[in-house]
Write a protein that binds this ligand. Structure first.
Ligand code: ADP
Length: 474
């Protein structure tokens, strides 16, 4: 049965062209067209309707429309001539129907998929946003909240936020910051991340959050801003606790080191007395020498710990003055040359006389160079140790080079960390605390300088210290 042509026949006064066009149109449009009689019995279905309902036209003709289409509306009147939401009975897919009466007791029902319904993918994203622990909001160009997910609503304690100006839930200091980043993200059409601002909870509590925002651009025009807000309260609390415990640890280290240092001084004094006592036997003197060596090592460790405590609490005092680095290095050479000779290593010294002066604390800088040379002696069994210096533009570079065991490439950055010692695999060949280089680095940096190392395992290491020359050069 071809109702298309029978409808067309009703309008036989119209031109044949119109008839033909109507007939073609009805067969080709994407909307489904179903013709029913006064009892809602189907008398025609166009190909799109057959497709949408997924049945054959022969099957449906003569059956009631409501066998295939369900509607939640209690009564649909033929005279209604309106759109109403329906579902396809076989698969529950939502469609829209509209009825149009004709003047021949035939009613045309147009059906189409409900395009306003979100797709599956959209529904998935919607669920993710609803479930997200991060606060997510959408802000319109007027600065009003167009959408807020449940996490954000509970973060600020409001049930409804739609239409609320976002700045009304920001602390005073944050309003300006937010406006700045909002405008920047909007005008430069770029995403901005990790901005710290403060939200104002409904109960006036200030909530620190990390804000990231991303503008949504449609047809080159800004349409809204998507913002994600991460609650920083736990992190801030942890940071605060960490700061407190760091402070306590530094204070403890300071007190413990001072308490340990006091008794060592007299112990050392008495041991030195025994060693120089003519009445003491050689055996006793030997024991005293071993004890003294150990007491001195203990003292070095305590001094290192005291230095760390001072550096971390920023209480290390620097007696800065203009000094001749050449003279300072020469003094160091005198102090260390015996230990180098004792290990039967060559000591190569290359210090030009005309090095410019620097501003620094001579005792602290001497501590740094001696530490580097002591390490070089410790880690070198044959070959030489070189101490050299040269001027390079506005800096002086001081090199401490050895031909010792060297440092593996992967460890080069670690050795300046606190308590770090390179794992020697075999038995520890050198004693130490792993604090020396950390202290050196801190002291050099307090002089606006830098320290780095170049090293090859089996060949040796070179520590390079760069210090700025003083403005008044000598
Ligand atoms: P330590 O008291 O252990 O010497 P440092 O901080 O001075 O502490 O040095 C850290 C680590 O760096 C050392 O344990 C050693 O493994 C490595 N190191 C330092 N200087 C040298 C060097 N000249 N040659 C080889 N390894 C070195």
């Amino acid at each position: 049965m071809n109702i298309g042509s029978s409808i067309v026949k009703e309008n036989s006064s119209s031109s044949n062209y119109e008839n033909t066009i109507s007939s073609i149109l009805i067969k080709t449009i994407s909307d489904g067209i179903i013709a029913v009689d006064l009892d809602w019995k189907i008398i025609y279905m166009n190909p799109a309707a057959v497709n949408l309902l997924d049945l054959s036209a022969d099957e449906a003709i003569g059956k009631k429309l409501w066998d295939y289409i369900e509607t939640s509306l209690p009564r649909i009147s033929m005279q209604d001539q309106k759109m109403f939401p329906c579902k396809i009975a076989s698969n529950g897919e939502e469609i829209e129907c509209s009825i149009t009466p004709t003047d021949s007791n035939i009613y045309l029902i147009a059906i189409r998929k409900n395009l306003s319904k979100p797709s599956d993918v959209e529904r998935k994203y919607q669920r993710i946003i609803e479930l997200s622990a991060e606060g997510i909001i959408i802000i319109n160009p007027m600065g009003e909240i167009a959408y807020a997910n449940p996490s954000f609503r509970s973060l600020v304690g409001y049930e409804y936020l739609k239409g609320k100006l976002f700045r009304t839930i920001l602390s005073d200091e944050s309003i300006y910051i937010f406006q700045e980043v909002f405008l920047e993200a909007r005008s430069e059409k770029k995403q901005i991340t990790n901005i710290e601002i403060e939200l104002l909870h409904r109960n006036r509590e200030i909530i620190p959050v990390e804000l990231s925002l991303s503008p949504f651009i449609e047809d080159e025009k800004f349409s809204y801003m998507i913002c994600s807000l991460h609650d920083l309260r736990d992190r801030k609390k942890l940071e605060e606790e960490l700061r407190k415990s760091e402070k306590l640890k530094t204070e403890f280290m300071n007190i413990a080191a001072h308490e340990l240092k006091s008794p060592i001084t007299p112990v050392k004094g008495y041991l030195e007395l025994i060693i120089s006592d003519e009445e003491a036997s050689e055996r006793i003197k030997n024991w005293a020498k071993i004890s003294l060596r150990n007491a001195e090592r203990l003292l070095l460790l305590i001094n290192d710990i005291l230095d760390i405590a001072r550096l971390e609490s920023d209480t290390m005092r620097f007696n800065m003055k203009q000094i001749s680095i050449a003279n300072l290095l020469k003094e160091i050479v005198e102090d260390v040359k015996q230990s180098i000779e004792d290990k039967q290593l060559d000591f190569i010294v290359e210090i030009p006389e005309d090095l410019p002066s620097i501003i620094g604390d001579p005792d602290r800088l001497s501590q740094v160079f001696k530490n580097l040379i002591t390490n070089a002696i410790k880690f070198t069994d044959r070959g030489s140790i070189t101490l050299s210096a040269k001027k390079n533009k506005n800096n002086i570079e001081i090199y401490v080079r050895d031909t010792g065991i060297g440092i593996p490439k992967g460890e080069l950055n670690n050795i300046f960390k606190k308590f770090y010692q390179v794992d020697m695999k075999e038995k520890r060949i050198a004693e130490g605390t792993g604090l020396g280089l950390y202290i050196c680095k801190e002291i050099v940096e307090k002089h606006n300088g830098s320290i780095h190392v170049e090293s090859f395992p089996g060949e040796g290491s070179t520590f390079i210290i760069t210090l700025p020359t003083s403005i008044i050069s000598s």
